[in-house]
Ligand binder design. Sequence first.
Ligand code: SF4
Length: 318
Amino acid sequence: MNLSKKILSWYDNNQRTLPWRISENSKNNQYYRLISEFMLQQTQVKTVIPYFNNFVKNIPNLKTLSKCSEKKVLKLWEGLGYYKRVKNLHKTSKILIKKYKGNIPDSFEKLKDLPGIGDYTANILLALIYNQARIGIDGNVKRVLFRLFDKDIPNLINLFKTKRNNKLAEALIEFGALICKPKDPKCNECKINSMCLYYKSELKTELKKKIKIKLKSYDIFCYLKKNKKQIALTKNNSVGFLKEFNLPKIQTTSKKVKNWKFLCNFKKSISNKKLNINLYYKFSSRIPRKYNWHSLNKSNDFIPTFTKKIFRHVSRLY
Ligand code: SF4
């Protein structure tokens, strides 16, 4: 499945119901798109919704808008800010009625000549109303594309070949608003993550973080029986994650070790921890309470692999 198909299929299942998203065949479609695009400049969807509903309730079509007083349209815009937008919208409505018989022109140049319509608004209106192969690049779309390809794409539309240009233009904006959000994009549930460079680099960073586990040092002290190839083990160690392991005495490396002989150093990974082990020993026939003697040769008892590794090192002493 190509990129547009994936984004469109996501959009078909997840698009929000918004009051200006009405049937393309509805007579109000052009008007609703024009009003909403002016309102959405610099303003969030959730803020726009009640203003849009109230505006079209009071001024239901382009002709009425063109005949309204500026005072009335300003009043309906009150609180939405950027009042230059509504003044331009009002002027545009008069030109559309006078020059274009109440229709939105289907050419980029003609649209750009209208007050308050820049590149973005012209592109998105042409895509939404005339299904032209155009993409309105707002902040959301810019972010999605930059994350996907890690660069500005000069000829975007070649990447998104589809017959549903109107839906794709809207789907990209919706995708940026709901999935590829500015903070904490929902990469794990994103349908295009396998194509996304940002996602791949994030995975690598995560992997590096996992690999960079800090090495922690421990001392292990083995009581050994002189002539019998036996080692004293206990489950009574104080190192939390090794509790219940049958091990010699183990403690975090903190002080200088006295009265024990150094045997070797080795590294060992246990679950998500990496241990740096200093192994010490002493021959002794007496062992502390809660310790038991174990044969260093094969035994029927269950011995964890970590303990077996210690067995192998100390066996060299016999
Ligand atoms: S994987 Fe993440 S960053 Fe990439 S497009 Fe999807 S949501 Fe955006």
